[in-house]
Design a protein around this ligand. Structure first.
Ligand code: ZN
Ligand code: ZN
Length: 202
């Protein structure tokens, strides 16, 4: 996935609707990768610490970052810190090199007064906002020089705890479902139970 258009198409399909915040995240993610000189994460070569939260506008930003970096919830190489800031740190887990990227406050404040956000405030779902409103905003973000909307830190060192994957599953003695062994608990009668089954018995 080298070409920007390919990234954008993938991000659009993954995200589900056209909006200005997803492309902001896509470009911010690609900018961070360029600074570190890294490729999209195939496994856990990269890690993202996202400072976004939930229940605020423009959370779509993070879907753009995930698409660009390949840091995903499934691979567990992304963590949300819930600071409700439009910022994240990208870490190269092999070298410990990291960069923090955030949206410039003046840029983001202005984005929040866009006609797109006015429609969202009225309760219009993003996919129902007319293209005549959304498209020019998205086009503008796709063409904006990085220094007009991103604050990009110097590269710094950030050490990551190294984990290894668990490949072993056992069946829960109560529900019979397969569970990775790190989350099986031993009940008082010695049976191995999954978390919901062990809590149901309390
Ligand atoms: Zn969105
Ligand atoms: Zn169970």
């Amino acid at each position: 996935m080298k070409e920007f258009n390919e990234y954008f198409d993938t991000a659009m399909k993954f995200h589900g609707h056209k909006c200005p915040a997803m492309p902001m995240g896509l470009r911010a993610g690609l900018a961070a990768m360029k600074v570190l000189g890294v490729e999209r994460s195939k496994d856990k070569e990269l890690f993202v610490e996202a400072e976004t939260g939930k229940g605020h506008a423009a959370g779509c930003f993070l879907d753009g970052i995930m698409t660009a970096t390949g840091c995903t919830y499934g691979k567990s190489n992304i963590q949300k810190l819930y600071y409700s800031k439009m910022a994240f740190t990208l870490i190269d887990t092999k070298t410990g090199k990291a960069v923090r990227v955030s949206l410039k406050p003046e840029f983001f404040e202005k984005a929040l007064s866009s006609p797109f956000v006015q429609e969202r405030k009225k309760g219009v779902p993003p996919q129902d906002i007319p293209a005549v409103i959304t498209d020019p905003l998205v086009e503008r973000i796709l063409g904006l020089p990085e220094n007009e909307f991103l604050n990009i830190s110097d590269v710094f060192q950030k050490e990551m705890k190294k984990g290894s994957a668990n490949f072993e599953v056992k069946r829960c003695a109560k529900c019979g479902e397969a569970v990775f062994t790190d989350k099986l608990t031993t009940a008082s009668d010695g049976r191995m139970l999954c978390i919901p089954c062990s809590e149901a018995g309390k």
